[in-house]
Design a protein around this ligand. Structure first.
Ligand code: TYM
Length: 331
């Protein structure tokens, strides 16, 4: 059995990108592996969220994890800040993480550009905290979307550096994982890039979106005037619509619109209507469960306590051993 770790930031509700990039794998992996899934609340602090919103978002993501089918009996579900050992390992790893390599991380460069007035140390050392999240359970598999690939590379680098420096074989090498396939990137609805919570309004479809909101977003998705030559290459925005359709619609549906595109008879209005219907079919049962779970304060508290205890068993062992390896044991 392998140890699996993954997390999602508590910056807002889960969207289809989170689901198909990460959560879908969590659900499958919990059947066979020793899984730790957490809510990365510390990571969300880099943007200074309002305390009331932070609390709301953490509980919302927890409810969404559960609604999607992450089973607290099969896997360990916890909140990042409930494990002080992660923070300690983060501090220790920071001593061997260098300014140059942290500044070169793509996510750091992007974030620094996006929030030039708030380039804080937490943003710079974001990948070190992420490495600590993974190494704290000495995980080997990390189900994530394609955008996290570089962070995983850095995690391996920090783990290997530790092993080398202290001449031990302590941390295994974790790999970014998608069930039997390549890592996934779900596109947004604005015609470019990926689906994300901090992208433009209307770019992301959230699992908890109301039916009319969802439909409006899809119907507004960027398209073009349609193909004029048979079998022509699809522009980015159209490819994105097909990618979305591929994850929520039946194969025949995708084939139908693909054929229509290739013989220049495609009607984007019809395609988007179909896509909206198929997304609605997919999220409707989740939406109901999310609503019921967010209302159940007591149950969510119980799940948090249970996860904290289970995760602590593993994290306390790792930190004790790391301290011993580094010589931080003076009595
Ligand atoms: P976050 O919160 O941005 O995203 C959570 C997960 O969803 C995936 N994802 C996507 N996958 C495909 N297409 C998309 N459009 C898309 N958008 C998001 C992400 O790849 C991710 O798997 N740093 C992490 C959270 C984290 C973490 C960790 C993950 C903290 N510590 C340790 C794994 C292990 C993040 O910001 O994810």
């Amino acid at each position: 059995m392998e140890t699996v770790v993954s997390g999602i930031r508590s910056t807002g509700n889960l969207h289809l990108g989170n689901y198909f990039g990460a959560v879908k794998n969590f659900i499958r992996m919990q059947e066979e592996q020793n899984c730790y899934f957490f809510i990365a609340d510390y990571h969300s602090l880099t943007t200074h969220p309002d305390p009331v919103m932070l609390r709301r978002n953490v509980r919302q993501v927890l409810a969404e994890y559960l609604a999607c089918g992450i089973d607290p009996e099969k896997s360990t579900i916890y909140i990042q800040s409930d494990l002080p050992e992660t923070t300690e390992l983060y501090l220790l790893l920071n001593m061997h993480a260098y300014k140059g390599e942290l500044e070169r991380a793509t996510t750091f460069k992007e974030k620094a550009k996006k929030q030039p007035d708030n380039v804080n140390a937490g943003l710079l050392t974001y990948p070190v905290l992420m490495a600590a999240d993974i190494l704290i359970h000495r995980a080997t598999k990390v189900p994530v979307g394609k955008d996290q690939e570089q962070h995983l590379e850095m995690t391996r680098q920090f783990g290997n550096r530790f092993n080398r420096l202290y001449n031990v074989e302590y941390f295994p090498e974790p790999v970014a994982y998608n069930f039997g396939e390549q890592l996934v990137k779900i596109p947004g609805l604005d015609g470019s890039g990926k689906m994300g919570k901090s992208e433009a309004e209307g770019n992301a479809i959230f699992l908890a979106d109301a039916p009319d909101v969802l439909k409006k977003k899809v119907m507004r998705a960027v398209t073009d005037g349609g193909p004029t030559e048979p079998n022509s290459e699809k522009p980015e925005a159209i490819k994105n619509l097909f990618t979305l359709m591929n994850v929520v619609s039946a194969k025949e549906t995708v084939q139908f619109f693909d054929d229509a595109y290739n013989n220049c008879t495609v009607r984007y209005g019809d395609m988007k209507k179909q896509l909206a219907e198929d997304i609605e079919k997919f999220v409707a049962p989740l939406r109901e469960k999310i609503e019921a779970l967010t209302a159940d304060e007591k149950y969510l508290n119980k799940i948090m306590d249970m996860g904290k205890e289970k995760a602590h068993a593993s994290s306390s062992t790792t930190v004790k051993e790391v301290r011993d390896i580094m010589g931080i044991s003076y009595r």
